[in-house]
Design a protein. Structure first.
Length: 181
């Protein structure tokens, strides 16, 4: 039994070992010293390997914990920013609704009539209506929904370039088949 086992499982000793430890007070200390001596007598590379594995495990655990905390913190920050943006959207929607209500109130016929009277305008009646005749002006007779017809634009091609390839080949064959004069 080594020193780690003695500390981890103190109740694993038999009852006789406890009685001997009670009668011989230094027996437990001697047992511990013996197990410590056996640990010290181990080859040094085995001790270093154990220590290196322990340190590597602790570092790996720390790395995993740090990554977990980093991901959790960034997710919490993103969630909070989403909540803030949603709150701003609701506030802006309420402000827009209030402004639309104010605009509707300002553009109502009663408010427009009150503002016109306050600006000095009067209602038009047949008695105070005047017509002005403008010589040379002829109003449109009706609504014309047909768009004007535009002449299609013709490309300006030279006569030399108006012949297709097949026409040119047939003309060349005809001229080659005619006897020379």
């Amino acid at each position: 039994m080594n020193i780690v086992d003695k500390f981890l499982s103190p109740f694993s000793r038999s009852r006789d070992a406890g009685k001997t430890a009670g009668t011989h007070p230094y027996q437990a200390v001697a047992d511990l010293a013996g197990s410590l001596r056996s640990y010290q007598e181990m080859p040094i590379h085995i001790q270093r390997e154990g220590l290196a594995m322990f340190v590597a495990g602790v570092m790996l655990l720390g790395l995993v914990a740090g990554m977990y905390l980093n991901v959790t913190a960034s997710a919490a920050i993103a969630g909070r920013e989403i909540q803030i943006l949603e709150t701003e959207i609701v506030v802006n929607q309420r402000i827009n609704a209030d402004l639309q209500t104010k605009i509707a109130g300002l553009l109502s016929s009663q408010r427009l009539a009150e503002r016109a009277r306050a600006a000095g305008y009067e209602s038009v009646t047949r008695d105070n209506l005047e017509y002005m005749v403008v010589p040379g002006y002829f109003p449109a007779t009706g609504l014309n929904l047909i768009p004007p017809v535009a002449e299609p634009a013709r490309p300006a091609l030279l006569p030399e370039y108006s012949e297709s390839l097949l026409d040119w080949v047939s003309r060349q064959l005809d001229s080659a088949s005619k006897p020379l004069q």
